[in-house]
Design a protein around this ligand. Structure first.
Ligand SMILES: Nc1ncnc2c1ncn2[C@@H]1O[C@H](COP(=O)(O)OP(=O)(O)O)[C@@H](O)[C@H]1O
Ligand SMILES: [Mg+2]
Length: 385
């Protein structure tokens, strides 16, 4: 990433998906619930641990919250017992054998190769037992693995402990998946092991996304390098175009910074976000021409013109749009729409995804106002002859 005047020195790290910020806004409950699952560890005999399940779509903070909860759990139990935090991405590892191998690697000195999955698990277990240690085993992105092995790995891990008839659990699994119902694919014997809370991670809405984006702005950008409306536009796009995925917003924030630096701007403004959006994730309605008529083009042109001249405006009120439209329409040869006709037209543009409502205003999230203006001119020029 460029290191111009806008980004802070370690922005790259702070904008990376693997970076976990000190606080995770709007996820306090989820983190507390995870931590509470591990309370039994603080008792003298860690009985009664109930494996929780974290679920929700991409970018809703599942991995980050688990890591944050892991830090808290480790610091809470540090005095009392020895705990290994093992966080494995099962989608990346792909096979349960490789998961077992990673588990063994962390606590045993047995060679990585030459052992079967069951042996690796047994060995892991025995060493934990011998040294009186515990393992928090996070099986992240486990959907595909469950689909493939019907939950066999989970079953194997828990059965190991039951077979040993131990009073305490040594391996404490946490499952993370996109859809809670994936668990239904698992064999009942494995499914029944997930006895802890099912913790939901819903997509972030615009308001929640704003806190997340503002936090990232403070972490990765110089003071005042990102305008408040630009941060709002990024949050809006993450919530609406990116389905509430925080990763989407953070990526767009970075791209917007790059677009602003490329334009030699002292500040990231809304128009940079719109420009970045076009390349970051192109959502321009392909058939603008089919989605509205001559009146619609003129209304849209009025909106584009307003945003083109107000490069840091994120939403335009109806009053502003009406004024901009009336000016254009009077200069053109087309009949001027009445107030109620204009309202109808705006509603239609919104329905067809050409404009987006934000609060009481209308926003243009998917492309630069400048580009839209250029694109509409040929479609409307007839009206200006
Ligand atoms: N509540 C939050 N506050 C701050 N950053 C967040 C929050 N939720 C997610 N993020 C950030 O969004 C990105 C994706 O989060 P992640 O935990 O990987 O989501 P998931 O595992 O659900 O796909 C990470 O960079 C993470 O730091
Ligand atoms: Mg994740």
């Amino acid at each position: 990433m460029s290191r111009g005047k806008l980004f802070l020195r370690d922005a790259q790290r702070k904008l990376d998906v693997s970076y976990v910020p000190t606080t995770l806004p709007h996820r306090e409950n989820q983190i507390d619930t995870i931590v509470a699952c591990f309370e039994p560890l603080l008792e003298s005999l860690p009985m009664g641990f109930h494996p929780p399940l974290l679920y929700g779509p991409t970018g809703t903070g599942k991995t980050s919250c688990m890591k944050k909860a892991g830090e808290k759990i480790e610091s809470e139990v540090r005095e009392k017992l020895s705990l290994h935090y093992v966080h494995l991405n099962c989608a990346v590892l792909g096979r349960s054998y490789l998961v077992a191998q990673k588990m063994a690697e962390r606590v045993t000195s047995i060679p990585a190769r030459g052992y079967g999955e069951a042996e690796l698990l047994t060995k892991t277990y025995e060493e934990l037992e011998a040294r009186d240690e515990y393992m928090v085993l996070v099986l992240d992105d486990v959907d595909e693995l469950i689909r493939r092995d019907s939950g066999h790995l989970l079953f194997a891990i828990t059965r190991l402990e039951e077979a040993a008839e131990l009073e305490a659990n040594r391996i404490l699994p946490v499952l993370i998946m996109k859809k809670a119902k994936t668990l239904m694919i698992a064999q009942p014997a494995a499914r029944s092991k997930v006895t802890g809370p099912k913790i939901e991670f819903p997509p972030y809405d615009y308001g929640e996304m704003r806190s997340i984006v503002r936090q990232r702005v403070r972490l990765a950008f110089r003071r005042d390098a990102v305008s408040a409306p630009a941060a709002n536009q990024i949050s809006f796009n993450g919530a609406r175009l990116g389905s509430g995925d925080a990763r989407y917003s953070i990526g767009l924030l970075q791209m917007s910074g790059v677009a602003a630096e490329r334009g030699n701007s002292k500040k990231v403004r809304v128009e940079h976000v719109r420009m970045a959006q076009q390349t970051y994730d192109d959502r321009i309605p392909r058939q603008i021409g089919d989605l509205t008529d001559a009146d619609g083009f003129l209304v849209l042109l009025a909106v584009a013109k307003f945003f083109k001249h107000h490069r840091d405006s994120f939403a335009a009120s109806r009053t502003i749009i009406t004024a901009s439209y009336r000016k254009l329409a009077t200069a053109s040869q087309s009949p001027v729409l009445s107030g109620s006709q204009l309202r109808k037209k705006l509603a239609e543009l919104e329905e067809n995804g050409l404009l987006y409502r934000s609060g009481r205003g209308l926003a243009l999230p998917y492309m630069s106002a400048e580009s839209l203006y250029e694109r509409l001119l040929p479609l409307t020029s007839g009206q200006f002859q």
